[in-house]
Design a binder for this molecule. Structure first.
Ligand code: HAM
Length: 418
C-alpha cells in the first residue's frame, strides 16, 4: 500500500480529472459505494473459486461476528447498491464510481495491495452497442493522454453460462491426461476454475493448450451474433482490436463480451483497463434478470503509462497543479495581489491560481513559479499598483513578458490558454 506524493500525486489527479470528465460526457452518473461489504457478496458475485476470493481478500469479523471484506473490486458492490435502491428496475442506468480497492497480491510495479479504480457500469442494455460504447469511451481516454499508440485492445466472447459449462467440461476432459505436466496453479484450477488455465503464464501449460478445444466451438447463435455485432461496431468506429480466444478474465460473473486494454510500456502488470458483459450477476445477487456491462480502469497503471509516454518523448512532467503563479516585488503589495488572484479565480472558474505567500527575492519567487509548472507568472510592484496594471510573464513559451491592465487580464490569459 503506497503513499502517493509529489509528481505522482499531480499526475494521478490529472488522470482522474480527465477520466471523470470523459465518463461524465457519456452521460454516466456517479454512485458512491462503501469500502466494506459482506464477504458473501464477493464469494457469490466474483466467485468462490476465483483467486480474488480464494486468497486475495482482506476479510475480518465485525463485533457481531459477521464476515466483512475490504472491496477487491467495484462491480459486485455497485450491483448490490442498485438492487437495494431499485435503480435498475425497468430502466437503463449508467453509473460510475471510484476509489481504492484492496487485494492481497504479491506487490510489484503496477500491482499494489491498495489500488485505485474508476469503474463504469451500464445496466439494462442487452445489445453489443453498450459494450462498444464502453470500449469507445476508454479509447477516447487513451487518446486524451496521448498513449493511444502504446495500448492495444484485446476482446473475446465467453458466451452464455450454458455454453461455458459445456466448454468447461470439454476443456477438463482434454487437460485431465496432461494433469501431471501442468504448472501447480493450473493443476489446482483443473478442479476449481479450469477456464483460468487458459491464461496461465507457464510456457509448458501454454504448449499443452495449443491443441485444446476453444470456446468458439461451443458458442450458440446468440453469442455469435452478439460478438459479430460488437465487431462490426468497432470496425465502423475504426477502433482496432485483437481477438484473443484465450482471454477469459479472472472474475466469474462475465458472459459474452470480455475485453482488456494492455500496454507494453509499464512492465509485467500490463492491463490498464478491463471489463465485459455480465448479464447474470444482478439476478445472482437477488435482483431481476438485467443485462449489464462495465469496465474498470486501473488508475495506478494509467499513471505509469502516462509517465512512460512522457519520458519517451523526453518531456518533463507537464501536468501541474498551478496555472497562474503570483509574485510580488515587495510584501506591501501582497494585499493587492491577493485581490487580483481572487478576481481571476472568480472570473475564470477552474483556473488554478497560486500566490507566492512566502515572499523573498523576485528571482526566487520566479524560480518557484517555474518549478510549479504554471503557464504564467504575474508580477506586481509599485508601477503596476499605481497604474492598475500587472506584468504577465509567459513561462512555457518564448513570448516574454508584458504589462497589461488588470481589466484586460482575463481576456489575455484566455487568449493564450492554448
Ligand atoms: P479487474 O480486471 O480485476 O476487473 O481489474 C480492473 C483493472 O484494475 C485491471 O485491469 C488493473 O488495471 C487494475 N488492477 C487490478 N488489480 C490491481 C492491483 N493489484 N494493483 C493495481 N491495479 C490493479 C475488475 O475489477 C472488474 N470489476 C471490472 C469490471 C467492471 N467488469 C465489469 N465492470
Amino acid at each position: 500500500m503506497r503513499d502517493v506524493a509529489g509528481d505522482d500525486a499531480i499526475t494521478s489527479r490529472y488522470v482522474w480529472e480527465v477520466i471523470v470528465s470523459i465518463i461524465r460526457s457519456y452521460g454516466y452518473e456517479e454512485i458512491g459505494l462503501p469500502l466494506l461489504e459482506s464477504t458473501e457478496l464477493f464469494s457469490r458475485g466474483v466467485g468462490q473459486a476465483t483467486d480474488i476470493v480464494e486468497k486475495e481478500m482482506y476479510s475480518f469479523e465485525d463485533r457481531n461476528g459477521k464476515s466483512l471484506s475490504l472491496r477487491p473490486e467495484g462491480t459486485a458492490g455497485c450491483v448490490r447498491a442498485c438492487i437495494e435502491k431499485g435503480l435498475i428496475f425497468n430502466q437503463t442506468q449508467r453509473l460510475w464510481y471510484e476509489g481504492p480497492m484492496f487485494r492481497y497480491e504479491r506487490p510489484q510495479r503496477g500491482r499494489y495491495r491498495q489500488f485505485q479504480q474508476i469503474g463504469g457500469e451500464i445496466f439494462g442494455v442487452p445489445g453489443p452497442a453498450a459494450d462498444a460504447e464502453l470500449i469507445q469511451m476508454a479509447s477516447s481516454m487513451w487518446l486524451q493522454f496521448g498513449i493511444e499508440h502504446d495500448v492495444s485492445l484485446e476482446i473475446n466472447t465467453i458466451g452464455s453460462s450454458a455454453a461455458r459449462a459445456s466448454y468447461r467440461a470439454a476443456l477438463v476432459e482434454y487437460l485431465e491426461p496432461y494433469k501431471a505436466e501442468l504448472d501447480g496453479d493450473s493443476q489446482r484450477r483443473l478442479e476449481t476454475n479450469p477456464l483460468r488455465i487458459l491464461d496461465s503464464k507457464s510456457s509448458k501449460t501454454q504448449h499443452i493448450l495449443e491443441a485444446a478445444p476453444t470456446i468458439e466451438e461451443y458458442l450458440d447463435d446468440e453469442a455469435r451474433e452478439h460478438f459479430e455485432g460488437l465487431e462490426s461496431l468497432l470496425n465502423e468506429m475504426e477502433l482496432p482490436y485483437i481477438i484473443n480466444p484465450r482471454l477469459v478474465r479472472g472474475l466469474d460473473y462475465y458472459t459474452h463480451t470480455v475485453f482488456e486494454w494492455v500496454t507494453d510500456s509499464i512492465g509485467a502488470q500490463s492491463t490498464i483497463c478491463a471489463g465485459g458483459r455480465y448479464d447474470g450477476l444482478v439476478e445472482k445477487l437477488g435482483g431481476r434478470t438485467t443485462p449489464a456491462a462495465g469496465f474498470a480502469i486501473g488508475m495506478d497503471r494509467v499513471v505509469l503509462a502516462c509517465e512512460a509516454a512522457q519520458s519517451k518523448m523526453g518531456e518533463k512532467i507537464q501536468y501541474s497543479s498551478v496555472d497562474v503563479y503570483c509574485t510580488v516585488l515587495e510584501t506591501r503589495f501582497m494585499g493587492w495581489m491577493l485581490k487580483v488572484a481572487q478576481r481571476l479565480r472568480t472570473d475564470m472558474p477552474g483556473l488554478r491560481v497560486r500566490v507566492d505567500t512566502g515572499g523573498g527575492k523576485l528571482g526566487n519567487q520566479l524560480k518557484r513559479a517555474d518549478e510549479s509548472g504554471a503557464r504564467w507568472a504575474l508580477i506586481v510592484g509599485e508601477d503596476e499598483v499605481d497604474e492598475n496594471c500587472i506584468t504577465v510573464k509567459w513561462l512555457r513559451t518564448d513570448r516574454g513578458q508584458s504589462s497589461v491592465s488588470v481589466d484586460s487580464l482575463v481576456a489575455i490569459l484566455e487568449g493564450s490558454r492554448a
